[in-house]
Write a protein of this length. Sequence first.
Length: 287
Amino acid sequence: MAKGRELKGRIKSVENTRKITRTMEMVATSKMKRAQDRVSAARPYAEALSGVIANLYSPELAERYPLLRQPEQVRRAAVLLLTSNRGLAGAFNANLIKEARALIARLEGQGTTVDVHVVGRKGIGYFRYVGRALVTTRTDLGDRPTAADATSLVDALMADFVAGALDAVYVVGSRFNSVLSTPPTATQVLPVEPPASRAAEREFILLPSAEVILGEILPAYVRNAVYRALVETVAAEQAARRTAMKSATDNASDMLTLLRRTYNRARQAQITQEIAEIVGGAAALQG
């Protein structure tokens, strides 16, 4: 019965694994719902900021604000990569790293010096493995990023951009379109792109002046762009983990079905063999 005991052990092991993956799937589903709520709350604010900038923007005003400075040549750029601290999320982190590598290769191919900043242990581990120097690393951002987290990430980059030490800043994260659509995306947050066209013409009474409002709105717009990238990447991570854990749970269920069928057949064959031996032994005694 050695084979039967071995199968029972494997069945128990797979059952325990399925309990873990099912629990992780439920936790990821709960976290994803909360993250979706944060994404939904962040988007209207970003659209409102964009609308204000579109209504206030003019080429004359743009010359006064460093965050709107459009360099003739991008000599130095910063890439901020957002990854997770944990795995078990399918190809989520690998796709983000691939997107960042493609962006870095494109910029360096144009003669740009690239400073890499990474959030999350998975991204940090990869770039350290390949021997890429990282300017800053962060592993302290959890599943509920805040506006303060975004500020701490981007304010130093904004200061470098204003000082002329950087010509562009990119953020690589996931865009949360739906549970099944979370593509990795590289977004340029600096310089702030001027609107393609003004919003609907309206008459405004500005207090204080447009200059003062733009001076406050532009940094808020950049910080909000990073905050949106953070919350959307967290939502995408939880969606990817939920999908991966559901797949693992389903695979465990399929494996259990196969193992139990194999065990029952082995048990049935053993019982049949034992009956045959008993009948043969009785016949030998009678003969």
